[in-house]
Design a protein around this ligand. Structure first.
Ligand SMILES: [Zn+2]
Ligand SMILES: [Zn+2]
Length: 149
């Protein structure tokens, strides 16, 4: 069981099962939405996500067609992302978690959009955009089948 919440505490949630596909996304939308150099996020089967409170505060913004970023309308914390093409999956910003999910981001993606004021100093793989296995993994269960570069 993992717990998460927003900054003001109005939204709290819990998660059963495991997160997968953890990565750091440097795309301009994630940078804006997080107010940070990048967004660390994982994927989650939506059926294993449960809102404990604050459903009335959870507000969605479609940052691109079919991609709905949910946030707390009181404090602005990002909570989850929904995808029209696969309602069985949520995207989850790791920063919202109150517990250690165990997994760690495995790569940097969209570094072609990376903030000029941030330098990547770790040894994780870097991709100019989103590597295609990640996209297909949204609807499957195998994370990053052959990403070693
Ligand atoms: Zn809040
Ligand atoms: Zn992004």
């Amino acid at each position: 069981m993992l717990r998460g919440s927003c900054l003001c505490g109005g939204i709290r949630y819990e998660i059963n099962g495991k997160l997968y596909d953890a990565l750091n996304c440097h795309c301009s939308m994630c940078r804006k939405a997080q107010g940070a150099a990048f967004r660390s996020r994982a994927k989650k089967h939506s059926a294993e996500f449960r809102l404990l409170c604050g459903e009335e505060l959870l507000t969605f913004f479609a940052s691109s067609p079919g991609n709905h970023r949910g946030f707390c309308r009181v404090c602005g914390s990002p909570i989850l992302s929904k995808f029209d093409d696969d309602p069985s999956v949520f995207g989850l910003p790791l920063g919202g978690l109150d517990d250690d999910p165990g997994i760690r981001p495995q790569m940097h993606v969209f570094i072609a959009s990376k903030a000029p004021w941030f330098a990547i100093t770790d040894d994780l793989a870097q991709f100019a955009e989103l590597p295609s296995p990640t996209i297909s993994a949204r609807s499957g269960s195998a994370p990053f089948p052959d990403l070693k570069s």
